[in-house]
Every structure is written in structure tokens, then in C-alpha cells.
Design a binder for this molecule. Structure first.
Ligand code: FMN
Length: 147
């Protein structure tokens, strides 16, 4: 799967006292009617329980210049991941990161166990996008789009 190039997202969820968020490339569109997307969420982190408790999550699609955010949300301690970020809030309450290429605000529609991950299916309640280039991930490295 390292040879399967993908976009890069940060999946976020409302949680007290601070939100949760993690870098995720295991993201795909599933259904148009209703509009469903899926995210593979690891079972050993704190994000899964926060998404379940909130009943909602946001998929923040990273732009080419957001590699540092991808690294931060993959490795930093949970307490520092959101530091100095001016967050927006989706209709579900899920945090929206600044400067992203697009975002999808989702309510949990269903979930399925999948080994050491859970396939989390979200119903899209709101979304937006802006012009720009995507951050891509291929064979363990970040890169940009060259058409
Ligand atoms: C490019 C990239 C893609 C990733 N994709 C996923 C993913 O789809 N699902 C997942 O659970 N973790 C993924 N990870 C790993 C998580 O970002 C990482 O384990 C994070 O620390 C989990 O946060 P948590 O412990 O707060 O849940 C990815 C990491 C990177 C660098």
C-alpha cells in the first residue's frame, strides 16, 4: 500500500478539555446518496473513543504547505497538537483547521471493526473547499501534485 499515493487529512473531533485530532490517509468517499465517507481509525489511540463520544468528526484535507501539520498530528503529544491554531467549528461541533484545502463535517453513521483499526463511516453534514494544491503521501514521503 506504500505504492498507493493518497491525499493527507487531519481527522478531528470535539472533546473536553481539548479536541482530538490525528493525521489520516486512510480516507475514502463511499456513497453519494446519502453522502458518506470512511476513515480508518486506529484502536490504540484516544481519537477513537473521542469520535464515538462526540458522535461526529471532521475530515480536514491538507494543502501542499501543511506538511508540518501532518507531522504534528501524527506524532506530537495530544495536548500540543492544536497549539497556536485558530480553529473553526463545524455544525457538528468538530474543529476545522485553518488553511486547509477542504473540510467535511460528519456525523457518525456507522462503524465496523477491522483488525487494529475501526472503519468509521461519516455522513457529511457540511463541507467546503478552496483553490490550492493538495499535500500527497507516497512511499513514506510527503510531496506535491505535478500534472
Ligand atoms: C501520512 C500518515 C497517514 C496516517 N494515516 C492514518 C490513518 O488513516 N488512520 C490512523 O488511525 N492513523 C493514521 N496515521 C497515524 C496517526 O496519525 C498517529 O498514530 C497518531 O498519533 C494517532 O493519534 P491518536 O493516538 O491521538 O489517536 C497516519 C500517519 C501518517 C504520518
Amino acid at each position: 500500500m506504500g505504492h498507493f499515493g493518497s491525499g493527507v487529512t487531519v481527522v478531528t473531533a470535539e472533546s473536553a478539555p481539548i479536541p482530538v485530532g490525528f493525521t489520516a490517509s486512510s480516507v475514502a468517499s463511499l456513497s453519494l446518496e446519502p453522502t458518506l465517507v470512511m476513515v480508518g481509525v486506529g484502536t490504540d489511540g484516544e481519537s477513537l473513543s473521542a469520535i464515538r463520544a462526540a458522535g461526529a468528526f471532521a475530515v480536514n484535507i491538507l494543502a501542499r504547505d501543511q506538511e508540518a501539520l501532518a507531522m504534528r498530528f501524527a506524532s506530537d503529544r495530544r495536548e500540543t497538537r492544536f497549539r497556536d491554531l485558530e480553529l473553526g467549528v463545524g455544525v457538528t461541533g468538530a474543529p476545522v483547521l485553518p488553511g486547509v484545502l477542504g473540510w467535511l463535517d460528519c456525523r457518525v453513521h456507522d462503524e465496523f471493526p477491522a483488525g487494529d483499526h475501526v472503519v468509521m463511516v461519516g455522513r457529511v453534514e457540511a463541507c467546503d473547499a478552496q483553490e490550492g494544491e493538495p499535500l500527497l503521501y507516497f512511499r513514506g514521503r510527503f510531496g506535491g501534485w505535478a500534472s
